[in-house]
Design a protein around this ligand. Structure first.
Ligand SMILES: NC(=O)c1ccc[n+]([C@@H]2O[C@H](COP(=O)([O-])OP(=O)(O)OC[C@H]3O[C@@H](n4cnc5c(N)ncnc54)[C@H](OP(=O)(O)O)[C@@H]3O)[C@@H](O)[C@H]2O)c1
Length: 246
């Protein structure tokens, strides 16, 4: 029997990058996966098709994380279709970098809407249906603990909010047998943070391991937390950053 057999997983931002790798990994371990996307329908459908072609079960659903109601509806659709939701992976996120005085009020709304409010919305909707053994796993960032450089204020603010959310929610849902954790990746080679830029050279120079991680590295940690083996880990942040914050 696979580790996540009979589990239903909901992954936000599953069309590309880490969310795609997490969706594939959870499905390969036996979970039914509902993955959301906003702007990349072809990529999302391709991820779901790849999972289905390899004997798994996945569904791509459009739900813009900027719209809390759309996220709530997508969780409710998952429950209506598959009867429950055991695993939520709050992965969708954006980065908006600029000199602080060049930011707009709208930048705040956008980044907090997608990186924080959507996490709250998905977790809230799922908590009403999540059985014992449930898992809420949010993808934060090593920058939640370490701003690293200028022009990261909004992103750092949004990612550090997730650690308070995770700690509080672990105490609300612990009595129901549900764990809540934050995974904080460092530099991972994706569209958001390609490994062949000047920024990448700077980041490597600050890392203990001096190399970028892969989306599969993060997916492996998420799968561990989602599995029975992760059952005693809750209310905490696990940083997976090649020693950038060391
Ligand atoms: N890459 C890194 O080095 C790194 C480091 C630390 C933390 N993180 C965090 O890890 C998570 C994944 O990042 P990534 O590097 O995989 O990013 P990515 O390559 O840019 O992919 C982002 C994913 O999120 C989805 N997404 C973005 N905005 C969305 C929205 N409004 N509604 C729904 N989905 C949305 C995208 O869907 P569409 O294709 O439909 O736009 C895509 O599937 C993010 O939370 C990010 O902050 C990344």
């Amino acid at each position: 029997m696979k580790r996540l057999e009979n589990k239903v997983a909901f992954v936000t931002g599953g069309s590309r990058g880490m969310g795609a790798a997490i969706s594939k990994r959870l499905a390969s371990e036996g979970a039914i996966v509902v993955l959301t996307y906003s702007k990349s329908p072809e990529k999302a459908v391709a991820v779901a098709a790849e999972i289905n072609a390899s004997g798994g079960h996945a569904l791509a659903v459009q739900a813009d994380s900027a719209d809390a109601q759309a996220v709530t509806d997508a969780v409710n659709k998952t429950v209506a279709e598959f009867g429950k939701v055991d695993i939520v992976v709050n992965n969708a996120g954006i980065y908006i970098g600029a000199a602080f005085e060049d930011h707009t009020l709208d930048d705040y709304e956008q980044i907090m809407g997608i990186n924080v409010r959507a996490v709250y919305a998905a977790s809230l909707a799922a908590s009403k249906h999540m059985p014992v053994g449930g898992r809420i796993i949010t993808i934060g960032s090593n920058m939640g603990d370490n701003a690293l450089s200028a022009q990261t204020t909004l992103y750092t603010m949004s990612k550090s909010a997730l650690s308070g959310f995770t700690r509080g929610l672990s105490r609300d849902l612990g009595p129901k047998g549900i764990t809540v954790n934050l995974v904080q990746p460092g530099p991972i080679n994706t569209d958001m943070n390609p490994s062949d830029t000047e920024l990448a050279d700077f980041l490597r120079s600050r890392m203990a391991l001096a190399e970028y991680g892969t989306v599969e590295d993060v997916a492996g940690l998420v799968a561990f937390l989602a599995s029975e083996e992760g059952k005693f880990i809750t209310g905490t942040a696990l940083t997976i950053d090649g020693g950038l914050n060391a």
